[in-house]
Design a binder for this molecule. Structure first.
Ligand code: PFF
Length: 496
């Protein structure tokens, strides 16, 4: 097999692709709201601790597993014990399922990018988003009504993903990340600098950062921080492991992990500054209280932001397209990483070329995405998003932590991490992986399930049941097929 298909050509390509995966929709629309609603300045402190205790240690674990085994996730688990292969398939199915709705959201963004050239959302941005764009309904009959524009934009996003991912690793994923990530950082920096010059920016920033230290003892704040850091750093779903399995030699794993964390968290921090300065401007201009403007996720990007652009005057025709383009770039570079663990697994299982595997997966993914483009789609999307992130992703992180620290042996992993150290990894990391991480995450997981069971209505329970069945049946089916690929080159493994 041609090695250019399965190895990064240099460390920078790996690094920038990891940053591309981490910096995504979650940084732009989720983080600012989470920061604000969980205590502002005091949340920064909580977030920093969670990054150090959970984010960095887990990223190091995933990098070292990928580099050491140089295989797909199912094969890594299968080589520890053949009965564990099914867990590998379970893990790689999660990013794929996330991708099926992530593409739809990027598609909404593409629609707004076009609308931003002429402020096509009108005065009532809330009504426009729910009635004209999503055409959402709370009746299940909405499933039969496909919203044409959402469908077209979703197909377009899937096409882009196929276009990038079916190529060789460095010519596809590597090249796109090298082009888009610097562009994304530069354009976002321009937006942030501009937003700081606006009247009312200070109001926005004080609202964002005023600390509420009493909140620090609230467990929900810690839960919010951990859930956000897992999603934001693309942890737990095999993406980092798959990307690092493509490193050929001289791994600077520790240094890379630190750079990725700094780039990702720096990006979301500055984005939050930009967004809140703009909200401050909106509040100062219209007299609407800033607390009434703050909203989460889709609400922020597709309802509040267009509202802000409406009062911006002509600058809106520059800021608007740039903002939606930034979301698009961030989304696409994360989306391609969400597909990679399954591509890698299926390539090994089927022995087929990257091109064929990618084409098949993109077709299946597109079909699933159609559900989210229906009138009932955004409702199902929010249920799937909540269940996958609060239950399935955390479950995977627990499994990985337990399997590798209790059964496989962290001492073997430490040797990989310390081959080329920026800092020596040692006892504290092992303690965190073995005790702190699993224990804290099991508590978090139980509370996530309890939350969902407590609040779920009939429809939510049905959707959750379907998700659960998919995640039980598909991994078993995939495991039952014999692997068609030749044994992977694991010479590195033997040396360490
Ligand atoms: N980190 C991405 C974001 O913040 O939007 C989303 C993501 C990408 C999650 C890749 C998980 C993943 F494996």
């Amino acid at each position: 097999m041609d090695k250019s298909d399965i190895r990064w050509n240099n460390n920078f390509t790996f690094l920038i692709s990891m940053i591309g995966s981490a910096v995504g929709l979650g940084n732009i629309w989720r983080y600012p709201y989470i920061l604000y609603s969980n205590g502002g300045g005091s949340f920064l402190f909580v977030y920093l601790i969670t990054i150090l205790l959970f984010g960095v240690p887990f990223l190091l674990l995933e990098y070292s597993i990928g580099f050491k085994f140089k295989n797909s996730i199912p094969k890594i688990f299968g080589s520890i014990n053949h009965r564990l292969e099914v867990i590998g398939w379970f893990i790689v199915l999660i990013p794929f399922m996330i991708l099926t709705y992530y593409t739809t959201v990027i598609g909404w963004d593409a629609i707004y990018f076009i609308l931003s050239f002429f402020k096509g959302w009108g005065a009532d941005t809330n009504n426009f988003f729910s009635q004209s764009v999503l055409q959402s309904t709370d009746s299940i009959g909405g499933l039969t009504h496909i919203v044409l524009f959402c469908l077209i934009s979703t197909l377009f996003v899937w096409f882009i993903i196929w276009f990038i991912s079916h190529r060789d690793l460095n010519k596809g994923i590597g090249k796109v990340n090298k082009a888009l990530i610097p562009l994304l950082f530069i354009t976002m920096a321009c937006i942030v600098i501009y937003s700081l010059t606006l009247k009312g920016a200070l109001l926005g920033l004080t609202t964002l950062f005023t600390p509420k230290w009493s909140e620090i003892s609230n467990p929900n704040i810690w839960i919010a921080a951990i859930t956000q850091i897992l999603f934001s750093l693309s942890i737990g779903v095999g993406v980092s492991t798959t990307y690092s399995s493509y490193i050929s030699k001289n791994p600077k794993l520790t240094k890379n992990a630190i750079i990725v964390v700094c780039a990702n968290c720096g990006f979301e921090f500055f984005t939050a500054i930009g967004i809140f300065s703009i909200l401050g401007f909106m509040s100062a201009t219209t007299g609407i209280g800033i607390h009434n403007l703050i909203s989460e996720g889709t609400g922020l990007a597709f309802i509040v932001f267009p509202q802000v652009l409406n009062v911006f005057g002509d600058v809106a025709y520059i800021i608007g397209p740039i903002f939606f383009l930034c979301i698009f770039f961030a989304g696409v570079t994360s989306a391609i990483s969400l597909l990679e663990p399954l591509i890698s697994g299926m390539k090994e299982k089927s022995g087929l070329s990257r091109k064929k595997v990618t084409t098949c997966l993109v077709l299946v993914g597109t079909l699933i995405s159609v559900i989210y483009t229906t009138g009932y789609g955004s409702y199902i999307l929010s249920i799937v998003d909540q269940t996958l992130n609060q239950v399935f992703v955390i479950f995977c992180v627990i499994l990985e932590a337990i399997i590798f620290s209790w059964f496989w042996g962290l001492d073997k992993i430490i040797r990989v991490l310390n081959i080329n150290p920026a800092t020596k990894i040692g006892k504290y990391w092992m303690l965190s992986m073995k005790y702190l991480l699993p224990f804290a995450l099991i508590c978090l997981w139980i509370s996530g399930i309890y939350n969902i069971l407590k609040t779920a209505g009939f429809m939510e329970q049905i959707v959750n049941l379907i998700i659960l069945l998919i995640f039980i049946i598909v991994p078993f089916i995939l495991t039952s097929f014999p692997s068609k690929s030749a044994e992977n080159d694991n010479s590195e493994l033997a040396k360490i």
